[in-house]
Write a protein that binds this ligand. Structure first.
Ligand code: 4AD
Ligand code: MG
Length: 430
């Protein structure tokens, strides 16, 4: 048998034709004479109408059908304004591939119940839309970098040292020794600019985040890039062009799915460069005007970022943070050594940080001083320091949190709904 997809039927040019569909039972109801089944496949949902008089055998099957059963069906496509998608299938024959047991997920179930049944809950329309939009985002990354001559590379996931500080490192037994799960591929990307100049990757990142928040996962995906001779200004242009391209591709590919999240594709198309640029010092002044007391010197937190961005429609850059607020590898500003040449991109409407990045220290002595000042073990960073001995060049790069970006674009309350299997402080099941 030749099967087509629901979307092919909803396109509208098959009216009157016999077609075969297969999928899962999304809903089922009916009377003694007629059954209505909503069939779901990867492309959408459609109503199947089974009339006892016309297809008695199919009707008998339909009467005992259960939610989430796998079925295949043959019928005639009809136009019907009342059906979802404006079309239905008048069923001639219906075959159950596998009759589902009573599906545990019904309306109004608790968040923790749904998370325990994540393997089944993923069949929901909303999560299916998220998965498709997520796939499009990964495609947009690939297209954007490929079209501009960047080379995709892959760093290791087992590592021997911290990139973003020891507090969030995941330790693991590695044969007779120990290793960590990577926090960021940045240092490995830095090694590759000396042969490839402009490199990027998208990879998992692991952080032992002990806090339970709506924007932290312990395992998330990070898009990172690094380029020789890139400075802070150029890095910001890369980030704003990349982010606006991603919004554009999602808007153009998923206008219908976006509606389910109350997002207007047109609003996403307005995410265009240039994004506003303010310094950390200016950000602290803005916060103080808004009544938030914040001491110059520490990193901006969730609350500060929320206040800074809640009235914005576009992402904003905050650059030039105090040295102490950022990781040791950031390049000190030549005119003001209290600050480093780094930049965070904050998503609007209160969502906050989606990208962190900046200029790296490329001078050997400055890097050694910073490692010492931060009380890090120089032996752990020997290979990283080595890069500053053989043709060292100025360079910069960034890391974008994939789930943070999806959360902002879809305006989701919690980051866990941006990924199929969210990993948090108390969840590794399923
Ligand atoms: O700001 P972060 O920690 O920067 C780095 O890791 C750099 N080494 C990246 C680089 O320059 N190559 O993390 C980068 C981004 C953040 O802006 C945020 O979007 C995301 O990763 N992120 C998280 N997303 C989800 N859950 C977490 N626990 C996250 N921690 C960081
Ligand atoms: Mg950061």
């Amino acid at each position: 048998m030749n099967f087509i997809h629901v979307q092919d039927v909803l396109q509208g040019n098959l009216v009157g034709q016999q077609t075969n569909l297969r999928g899962w039972v999304y809903r089922a109801r009916g009377t003694k004479k007629m059954r209505f089944i909503i069939l779901r496949d990867s492309t959408g949902i459609i109503q199947l109408t089974v009339v006892r008089e016309e297809a008695p055998e199919a009707f008998a099957v339909a009467k005992k059908i259960t939610i989430e059963s796998a079925i295949e069906v043959t019928g005639i496509v009809r136009k019907d304004e009342r059906s979802p998608g404006g079309h239905e299938l008048q069923v001639q024959s219906l075959n159950i591939i596998h009759p589902a047991e009573t599906f545990p997920i019904t309306k109004d179930q608790s968040v923790s119940f749904l998370l325990n049944k994540r393997h089944l809950w993923l069949r929901s329309q909303k999560l299916s839309h998220v998965m498709k939009i997520r796939a499009t985002l990964f495609r947009a990354f690939t297209d954007w970098f490929n079209n501009r001559g960047w080379i995709q590379v892959h760093g290791p996931m087992f590592t021997g040292s911290a990139v973003e500080g020891g507090a969030t490192l995941f330790n693991l037994k590695y044969f007779d020794g120990q290793a960590y799960l990577t926090q960021s591929s940045q240092f490995y990307l830095e090694t590759l600019i000396f042969s490839l100049e402009k490199v990027w990757t998208v990879a998992p990142s692991f952080r032992a985040e002990k806090s339970r928040t709506t924007r932290h996962l312990t395992e998330f995906w990070m898009l990172e890039c690094e380029a020789a001779y890139m400075g802070l200004q150029e890095l910001m242009r890369v980030e704003e062009e990349l982010v606006s391209y991603c919004c554009e591709v999602i808007a153009k590919t998923h206008a219908k799915e976006l509606e389910v999240f109350n997002i207007k594709a047109d609003d996403l198309l307005k995410v265009q460069p240039p994004f506003k640029r303010i310094s950390y010092t200016e950000a602290v002044e803005v916060l103080s005007k808004k009544g938030i007391e914040f001491e110059w010197g520490t990193d901006l937190g969730t609350e500060e970022e929320r206040v800074l961005t809640q009235d914005e429609d576009l992402p904003i850059f905050v650059h030039s943070y105090p040295k102490e607020a950022k990781a040791f590898y950031h390049s000190p500003n030549p005119e003001d050594p209290k600050i480093v040449d780094c930049v965070d991109l904050l998503a609007p409407k209160g969502y906050g940080e989606i990208i962190g990045g900046g200029q790296r220290i490329h001078d050997l002595d400055i890097l050694l001083d910073r490692i010492k000042a931060e009380n890090l073990n120089p032996a752990d960073y020997e290979w990283y320091v080595d890069l500053r001995r053989y043709g060292s060049v100025p360079h910069a790069g960034m890391g974008l949190g994939v789930e943070r970006v999806i959360r902002w674009i879809l305006e989701l309350e919690n980051i866990r709904d941006t990924i199929a299997y969210p990993r948090t402080i108390n969840r590794t099941y399923p």
